[in-house]
Design a protein around this ligand. Structure first.
Ligand SMILES: Nc1ncnc2c1ncn2[C@@H]1O[C@H](COP(=O)(O)OP(=O)(O)OP(=O)(O)O)[C@@H](O)[C@H]1O
Length: 607
């Protein structure tokens, strides 16, 4: 990840324009109104200072009457200013809410855009995303706030500089000059802060990871059984301490810089006051002049310090906002995808000399895999742990492109087709299938969102997976929340946790809901199923044969023996291929594995 030094002025201006555009898009009317109020707020203190001067001069040289106009002016401007401040704060909050909605939409649209998984496996991507999420919450409001505030303080600054310069050009020049070192120091400090943030982000992500782990229901059993809570808590605190140490260093640097700048500002004030007082004592000016000049001096120093602080904060926000734009930037236009092959009811799937590794730094997982699954046939893929079976599934789903070779769907290279178009024609149960903390009905409906609320279709899919009766027995049937950690307002605490096998059946129901899918992928669908469920699933798969092409992965070889063909994946290649009978006759790896498993059941004589 690069740091902000490399952005350059043009880059900063582009980022500023992007942040302002985002702010204006999110809440155009509120943003304009806030701008008007901000500028008006900049004129107010100058107007009050002038009214004060007129009031004091009238009192000093007056005719004994009450100078009503200056008093009314001060009261009117002060009241208007106070109201404008409150209105500005409300508008700022409202704009921040709308910007948050907009940035969440843009960020999560961008994050879901890549069709594959490679990006989600990159720590650098997650670090940048973390910075982008931080930026999305703060940077647009901070940047536009800084621009408006600078606009406001510039109006005030010009007013007070003119006032002060009219009384003493020397003092005005001195004060203006003293802001140069302050500005340079604060800009450097801002850059230092943003570099620190980039540096501590990986540690902060880990800290959040440990915090979530300590609350994760899936981890809770192991954490308690193995006594890991203290270990994870210590690691969480170590990460937090590391991040805090870096922040502390930055804060100490800021303390030193701010201290020096305060001494400089104090010295300038003393010198300026000495010049002004000496002049009035020498008869050059009235008491009113002195009062307005002293007020202008204090205000000018204050507003200049404000401008400097805002500029530094804006620089810091720009550095952060660049991560947001990097994540949300539209990808370069891809060549138009080829038309998806016409729906045939069941496709021919072919792997043609497919090589694959997860990255150049990783070992080869597939080293020239070739096989064909004829239309409507089922292929069972078997092999040792880590042989690459699930990797074949991930390639077939288009989650990664093959490093070399081609995967064909009815003769069309799937790499040339819009992945979403093909995925709409597949259904799958993955090895690590999801347990969503929603109702049972919604858990099934996620397989095809057009079925949300369609009780008939959801029940049919549940029946297909043999989970309908178990769901009917839940406190609220299909509507029962499958969670013990979330409750909707008004819900009683009747959420249910399913068993591992029941979750797996629910994943099968989700897959079954896509009843028009032409390709069915089942990666270890029955590892948690009881023998009846497994038998039933394989009976149904056999019934489906001819209507769909199936890729089936299982370590239970008895469950795959009826597949049209069985392929043994070993050493990154298809080592054996044929029907169960053929492979048993060949007496190779498959036959060994099958006999070993079957032997396990036959150790004890069956009564
Ligand atoms: N996202 C990934 N990044 C890097 N390596 C990976 C990734 N996913 C899997 N691997 C590696 O690829 C190899 C094959 O994994 P895969 O999950 O395909 O095996 P499998 O045959 O399905 O195993 P099992 O029978 O245990 O489910 C393993 O060595 C694994 O470490």
């Amino acid at each position: 990840m690069t740091v902000d030094d490399e952005i350059g002025t043009a880059g900063r201006l582009r980022l500023l324009a992007a942040a302002t555009a985002l702010y204006l898009r999110a809440a155009p009317a509120a943003a304009v109104l806030r701008g008007v109020l901000t500028v008006a707020g900049g004129i107010a203190p100058v107007a009050i200072a002038w009214c004060t001067k007129v009031l004091l001069d009238r009192l000093a040289h007056g005719d004994g009457g009450t100078p009503l106009w200056p008093v009314a002016g001060i009261a009117g401007v002060a009241t208007g200013w106070a109201v404008a401040n409150h209105a500005g704060r409300y508008l700022e909050q409202e704009i921040a809410r709308r910007v948050t909605l907009r940035t969440q939409l843009e960020l999560f649209t961008a994050v879901s855009r890549p069709p594959g998984l490679a990006e989600l496996e990159s720590p650098a991507f997650h670090d940048r995303l973390q910075l982008a999420r931080q930026a999305s919450q703060m940077a647009p409001a901070q940047l536009t706030g800084a621009v408006l505030s600078i606009a406001q303080t510039t109006v005030t600054t010009v007013g007070f500089t003119a006032t002060l310069a009219a009384g003493s050009p020397l003092v005005a020049g001195l004060v203006l000059l003293s802001t140069v070192p302050a500005l340079l120091a604060q800009l450097r400090l801002g850059r230092h802060r943003s570099r620190t943030l980039v540096r501590i982000t990986p540690g902060l992500r880990r800290q959040v990871f440990y915090a979530e782990l300590l609350l994760d229901m899936r981890a809770a059993k192991e954490i308690r059984l193995f006594g890991l809570a203290g270990f994870f808590r210590d690691r969480m605190l170590t990460e937090l301490r590391g991040a805090q140490a870096a922040e502390r260093d930055t804060d100490r640097l800021a303390l030193r810089v701010d201290g020096l700048l305060a001494v400089l500002a104090g010295a300038v004030s003393v010198a300026a006051l000495a010049v002004l007082t000496t002049r009035v004592c020498a008869g050059d000016g009235t008491v009113g002049d002195l009062s307005v000049l002293v007020a202008a001096l204090a205000a000018l120093q204050g507003t200049l310090a404000g401008v400097v602080a805002e500029l530094a904060a804006a620089g810091e926000s720009l550095s952060l906002f660049r991560h947001y734009t990097a994540v949300t930037a539209a990808p370069p236009a891809a060549p138009a995808p080829a038309a998806a092959p016409p729906a045939t009811g069941a496709p021919v799937i072919e792997f043609r000399d497919v090589w694959f590794r997860y990255s150049p730094a990783h070992a080869w997982i597939l080293r020239g895999v070739s096989f064909t699954v004829p239309a409507g046939h089922s292929l069972a893929l078997v092999g040792d742990n880590g042989a690459g079976k699930s990797t074949v599934v991930k390639l077939l789903c288009g989650f990664y492109p093959p490093t070399r070779g081609t995967i064909l769907w009815d003769g069309t290279d799937i790499g040339t087709v819009d992945p979403a178009a093909l995925r709409a024609r597949m259904s799958a149960v993955f090895q690590d299938c999801m347990a969503y903390e929603f109702s049972a009905a919604d858990n099934i409906a996620l397989g095809d969102l057009t079925a949300l609320g369609d009780d008939r279709r959801l029940r049919a899919a549940a029946t297909e997976a043999g989970i309908d009766e178990a769901l009917d027995r839940l406190p609220r049937g299909f509507a029962t929340p499958l969670t013990r950690t979330f409750n909707d307002p008004g819900d009683t605490d009747d959420g249910v946790a399913l068993s591992g096998g029941q979750w797996q059946r629910l994943a099968l129901a989700r897959a079954a809901l896509r009843d028009r899918a032409e390709l069915l992928i089942l990666d270890e669908p029955s590892s948690g199923l009881d023998v009846y469920a497994e038998h039933e699933i394989h009976r149904r798969l056999t019934a489906l044969r001819g209507r769909r092409t199936c890729l089936l992965i299982s370590h239970r070889l008895n469950a795959v023996r009826d597949a049209d063909a069985i392929a043994v994946l070993n050493g990154g290649v298809i080592a054996e291929h044929g029907t169960h009978a053929m492979l048993m006759r060949a007496d190779g790896t498959y036959a060994d594995m099958f006999r070993l498993q079957a032997g396990g059941y036959q150790m004890e004589p069956v009564q």
